[in-house]
Design a protein around this ligand. Structure first.
Ligand SMILES: Cc1cc2nc3c(=O)[nH]c(=O)nc-3n(C[C@H](O)[C@H](O)[C@H](O)COP(=O)(O)OP(=O)(O)OC[C@H]3O[C@@H](n4cnc5c(N)ncnc54)[C@H](O)[C@@H]3O)c2cc1C
Length: 371
């Protein structure tokens, strides 16, 4: 019998498998697609990492631990995964993004610079901001390469004797009291513990009636510039920007040519993950292109990518025991801000499997809040 099966080798499942394998568990990871794929929520070349600021205090210890673990992972994998560009959160003075970032930075004594629009544009000439926008810049932020992160976690898990079966889809699971039985399209397995980290497929995999998770289609675009230095990662930060109309986020040039832009929840289209429309529509292009007014010198978008957010009503994660199975851990660290924490969440998954508890306060992520 296996010690632990982890369903889903995306952001959190791969990190969980890595930490479990390092602790010496006999583990199996099951992934319905290839090692790296673009059907879930982690693809697209970059994910913002920052101190857990405007989401609330629970996230700060997780953010600190995540930074440490990403740096450890880079050393062990011997490749760069984390790019420190700094981060600027921009909005009107009364916007959540500006206010909460500033308050949290003050409260937690973090190193930050409060800037008006002129100061932002002078320091980062790629921005073209209206007078009513202000920003909080912090050096302690940047982006992760998500494909490389997943590769690193899975390959190092295998190095630590984990097995991973790709192109194997889990169809169902059942707690038989003495063990958990997992049925895939290829085999039936017995395991002492089960971790479900299926991302946008969690609604089906958790099997919890009336769970208020919604899967939202998300599109990002890359906008090249005549002046490449404006969005060079050595002098342009990652950013989150609420311009009063739309709440966007993005990255300096990395991987694809140009500035990368996304809008939180995009056009708010609910989808089933098996039927997410990967075709780019004129509405997708218009929404993202309109947002380029906040930047200087961008040209027509050349590349687009489609992904999915899995949202809870309060935007907080789910990380808990399954309500009807003590030996099953359910993981949905989502709502468009989960990737950065996946290194720490992986460690917590392994602690929950190992000791049934974690030193981190994860009460905010209890499934019982939806009762
Ligand atoms: C466009 C976009 C931008 C984002 N930007 C950021 C950001 O800047 N910073 C940040 O921190 N977060 C960001 N996020 C959120 C972050 O990427 C997600 O929170 C994270 O990827 C979720 O991880 P996960 O492991 O839950 O899901 P995934 O990473 O999608 O992994 C789930 C895996 O489970 C597999 N699976 C599902 N069902 C089965 C099954 N039945 N059998 C076998 N395998 C199965 C899937 O194929 C998939 O590989 C963004 C998300 C999107 C879509």
């Amino acid at each position: 019998m296996l010690d632990v099966i982890v369903i889903g080798m995306g952001a959190h499942g791969s990190a969980g498998l890595f930490h479990l394998a390092k602790k010496g568990f006999n583990v199996l990871g099951l992934e319905q697609f290839d090692q790296i794929h673009n059907n879930g929520s982690y693809h697209g070349l970059s994910r913002i990492i920052r101190m857990g600021l405007y989401e609330g205090d629970t996230y700060l210890p997780l953010a600190k631990r995540s930074f440490e673990l990403w740096r450890d992972l880079e050393k062990e994998y011997n490749e760069q995964i984390l790019y420190m560009t700094g981060i600027i959160n921009i909005g009107k003075k009364n916007s959540d993004i500006y206010k909460n970032t500033l308050n949290s930075a003050i409260k937690h004594n973090l190193d930050y610079t409060d800037m008006n629009n002129e100061e932002i544009m002078s320091r980062f000439p790629g921005f073209e901001l209206s007078k009513d926008l202000n920003g909080v810049f912090m050096k302690e932020g940047g982006f992760l390469d998500p494909e490389k992160s997943v590769k690193a976690h899975t390959q190092l898990a295998i190095k630590n004797k984990a097995t991973i079966n790709y192109n194997e889809k889990v169809l169902s699971w059942e707690d038989k009291i003495s063990h958990i039985e997992v049925l895939s399209n290829k085999a039936t397995y017995k395991t002492k513990k089960l971790v479900i980290a299926g991302g946008a497929w969690n609604i089906d995999l958790f099997g919890i009636p009336n769970l208020p998770l919604s899967v939202i289609r998300q599109v990002v675009g890359w906008f090249p510039s005549n002046n490449k230095s404006l969005f060079d990662k050595n002098n342009f930060p990652v950013w989150i920007l609420d311009d009063g109309k739309n709440h966007g986020y993005g990255f300096p040039e990395y991987g694809n040519e140009g500035l990368k832009i996304g809008i939180f929840n995009h056009l708010n289209e609910k989808v089933h993950p098996d039927k997410n429309n990967k075709n780019i529509t004129p509405e997708d292009i218009k929404l993202l292109s309109d947002f380029t007014k906040n930047f200087k010198n961008t040209k027509k978008g050349e590349n687009y990518g489609v992904c999915m957010f899995t949202n809870t009503p309060d935007d907080n994660f789910i990380l808990d025991k399954h309500p009807s199975s003590e030996n099953c851990i359910i993981v949905s660290c989502c709502s468009g801000h989960g990737f950065k924490y996946s290194s720490a969440i992986g460690e917590i998954i392994s602690d929950l499997c190992n000791e049934g508890k974690t030193e981190y306060n994860i009460d905010l992520f209890n499934i019982s809040r939806f009762n």
